[in-house]
Ligand binder design. Sequence first.
Ligand code: ANZ
Ligand code: ZN
Length: 838
Amino acid sequence: MEKYNHQTIEKKWQKYWEENKINFCDLNNETKTKFYNLVMFYYPSGDKIHIGHGYNFTGSDVFGRYKRMKGFNVFQPMGADAFGLPAENYAIKTGVHPAESTKKNIEYSKIQLKELGLMYDWSKEINTSSPEYYKWTQWIFSVLYKAGLAYQAEAPVNWCPSCKTVLANEQVVAGKCERCDSEVVQKNLKQWFFKITDYADRLLKDYDKINWPKKTILMQKNWIGKSTGAEVNFKIKNSDEVLKVFTTRPDTLFGATFMVVAPEHELISNFKFQISNFQEVEKYIKKSQSKSELERTDLNKDKSGVELKGIKAINPVNKKEIPIFVADYVLMNYGTGAIMAVPAHDERDFEFAKKYGLEIKTVISDQKSEIKDKAFIEIDSGEMVNSEFLNGLKPKDAIVKITSWLEAKKLGKKTVNYKLRDWLISRQRYWGAPIPIIYCEKCAHLRQGYGGQGEVLDENLPVKLPELKDFKPTSEGESPLARSKEFVNVKCPKCGADAKRSTETMDTFVCSSWYFLRFLNPDLDDKAFDKNLADKWLPVDQYCGGAEHTVMHLLYSRFITKVLFDQKLINFDEPFTKLNHQGMILAEDGSKMSKSKGNSVTPDNYIKKYGADVFRTFVLFLAPFEDGGSWSDKGIIGVKRFLDRVWKLQARLGFKTQPNSDKKNVSFKTQHNEDKNLEKVFHQTIKKVTEDIENFHFNTAISQMMILVNEIESSFAKATADKKQKNISEDIYKNLILLLSPFAPHLTEEIWQKLGRKQSLIYEKWPEFDENLIQENEIELVAQVNGKVRDKIIVLANISEDEAKNKALDSEKVQKWLENKEPKKIIYIKSKLISIVV
Ligand code: ANZ
Ligand code: ZN
């Protein structure tokens, strides 16, 4: 028996696939249905292709290979998300220029990806840091700019003192920089934003067009954070000014006993001379500037504030004069930056009122308790009290009534607010696509209202990133690009005057927000993409990648797609029709893999030792794909044994090479003299593997194939012992090879060739099963609880007694009648009944 040599055999097939352009996708093919199978591309950092990539990419690849055998024209591209902090930080650490290190990392990563047996069409490769690509990222900027969706504004922004750059809200995790874990501080800087907030409603509405995990959609929805309420105007006593507040609870208006404005609120400077304790107020404002948003809004942190003495607000419903405070638990960038405080019914206001001895007025009562030590925040119970014309109403009805009352009196209106902020896209860092804007003083008056800086779009794209030797960020927050005078100083393309370039680069998430379009034609140099190809190939049919991208990449791509749709540049408005996430592979002890802990698993070592097929099959076998699980050195040996058995079966069963078998298609019909049990398992296996791959349940697909291999072996052993003729048809074995091929493409190609096939197995049709042969083997069991029929369950005819009992206990209908009690007795009558006594 010839031993399987994975090293030579895997090399052989990788070479064969490459030479025969097996993975090339003809995008203009008209005979097959297109299938765009995309996996989130990788960023080339020093870590090379790590286990997370190996996992994600393999799952997606198995799916793509399967779809191909199902007859689709599958497009599966790969490229590098090469701009951005990981590459830049790696470059700073190693002292090698990012352009150089990125190039090296990409070259090495590509070798790794090929060694994993992934079927990427490398003729469509992209690299977001190449001028051929970022030229079009800059063009995307210009599309937004011309549509009025890119603007500059001075804003308090998240600043990471260690990365020395601004961060998008999405990149701040629990008050810390997502990249380096440093505490993020607030800084006022002029920045570029994309107006994603204009699209908030459509981003919320269009979830019915896409098939995404429920949890992901929910997370995005919460991130967009739509809340409906009212804007209410409070007059400032002895002035014409009004203080506008946003509230989701206008029903509680009679209970508003004071007001709070954010430290950044303009009311404070507008009333500078009326506020008698202005110095104290200023001191407080200074102190709050160093706090992060998280610190300010943390419910558990002590609330602080200072009264604006000398001014009062007037509650519009009862004309009562109430004090105004400045407090940093109110944020400037939400609602109006000011609130009406209702301490009886809002926890933060309650805490604040207790601390400063302010009036607490109950306006909703549940009749049971007076408010003493806790705010009553419910909206679905209780009724209005102390609220004149609202008394007796349920809070929800009171909201409707007070809102129309406010609208009639022009004292307020119904409003909607979103948590979503505009996307901050400028970065004071080197390794990114330069923002194609030129500042011209002379043109300034032409663009009033646009920051008055006279920015002009540079249509001479790409605006090339200058080659800097020193590309380190500065501590003042000035971009390193400012160091290149040649880059900065230009003539204004509109008026010819001396002008200056923007020195900022774009957030890398801009690069990745449209990359799925570029894959179709990476070499096109007069357009970002070919409209006909885009119309034909998009949206992406299947997208696969980490759930950590939910509120960044996935949200941004949806937004950019909608903008391009509105500009009539594309004919679809959602980029990813179906989405799947992969879980995380943990170290053997269940902890997170990390370089510093030295518990990382490098795919390369295992590929060398066991081969890519074993690695691929094992990572998908070790746990449900979307959950992830722990690595196991023992487990991978188990999978190796399994694939070895499949290899050996070919010789054991004595199938001979059939020189001309290319003409004959493998049939799914089994022969008459077949072992009945084997036949049944065979059809069950085709069914299960097919359905499991469709649902990304790779682990159970693999275990089902293991069951089939066991069955083949025992059936063969039995026949040998009975001195019967070999009763296993070649078809069963061949179909097993086809089912296994997406997981172990090299091994199966080799076997396929040994069986006499001349063409790659990728051209074979996916096996089909016979529903009748499966259904015959299923029976209905009656499940009783205390003598009453509570459920009927379909099970396999050969189910064991234990399995049958467990199935019955698992049934929801049965559980309802068990009422969490331990069963006293369970009686099983084979093929008929399970009777539970409690
Ligand atoms: C009065 C009130 C009474 C409120 C009550 C709540 C309960 P969501 O659901 O998150 O939209 N708020 C408004 N703007 C704010 C800001 N800039 N910073 C901090 N808090 C702000 O929350 C809306 C509620 O959060 C608003 O409704 C307001 O407090 C507060 F019994 O107004 B409410
Ligand atoms: Zn100009």
